[in-house]
Design a protein around this ligand. Sequence first.
Ligand SMILES: C[S@@+](CC[C@H](N)C(=O)[O-])C[C@H]1O[C@@H](n2cnc3c(N)ncnc32)[C@H](O)[C@@H]1O
Length: 287
Amino acid sequence: MWKKIFSVKNKYRGVIKHKVITILGIKISIKVSNRRLNTIPYQYKVNSKYLHNKEMVDAFELDQDRNDLYNYFLASREKTTNKPHHYFHIYNKHFQKYRNKPVHVLEIGVCKGGSLKMWKNYFGEKAQIYGVDIDPACMKYDDPQNGIHVLIADQSNRDDLKRLVKNLPLIDIVIDDGGHTTNQQITSFDELYDKISENGIYLVEDLCTNYWKPYIDSPITFVEYAKEHIDALNAWYFDSMNLYTDTAGGGKMEMPVFTKITHSISFYNQIIVFEKQRNHVPFAEYR
Ligand SMILES: C[S@@+](CC[C@H](N)C(=O)[O-])C[C@H]1O[C@@H](n2cnc3c(N)ncnc32)[C@H](O)[C@@H]1O
């Protein structure tokens, strides 16, 4: 048996140790020794060479839409934001309708402030960008003259979130790139989603953490929680099965708020996007 141990440096989780094992020269498997990564179901254990191979990244860049946001990221040399390349196509697809409008964007997770500058550059002059972080050191990125505002709050604290909503103008877009635990993601969504504008967008990223045990601190993960909302999109039709009959009161139960205010849920690699709109009772007719 031949063994090799190598390490990959990860900005947010420190150095991760990997083991490469060859058995009888036939079967090659990669065992990830990091306790956190060991919690990933077997099928998710991918060859780290795939994730870190520069040629793959170059090929990926060529395949991508070269939208303005991605071009900004590629041209940046400041090393103040860390985003997977495939996010840019998704961001642009959902956010482009808000460009050059007086949009209010709230990003949870400021870190080195790089993404706040990136959003400002993308959304334009009239946009106001709000960065929320638990770390008071992030206040140094507050730049109200240039439409960038930093606020200190804990995204898992409902009172903090209520205070944010109360003190800020109506938010159009939320990007959750905060602490990435499932409880933080669910609590923030629960507090903020119905408070943002009626055509607003709620995007949660880095959902890889939903497969890593140390980040799972709620009974269900955010991914599972979002999957449950697919049924809520179709709650209009539950009635025919009497699922919405409130037997105690003798009347009909209220349609979930989510059903009335949500247009779509999009599931991507590591990202889920909710798009809002005010819905009317659906009807069909012969024409
Ligand atoms: C991934 S970084 C943000 C990166 C930034 N959005 C970017 O793209 O450049 C995560 C940030 O979330 C913050 N954070 C961690 N837990 C938090 C919490 N409970 N509430 C708010 N922010 C939190 C951390 O302090 C850290 O700055």
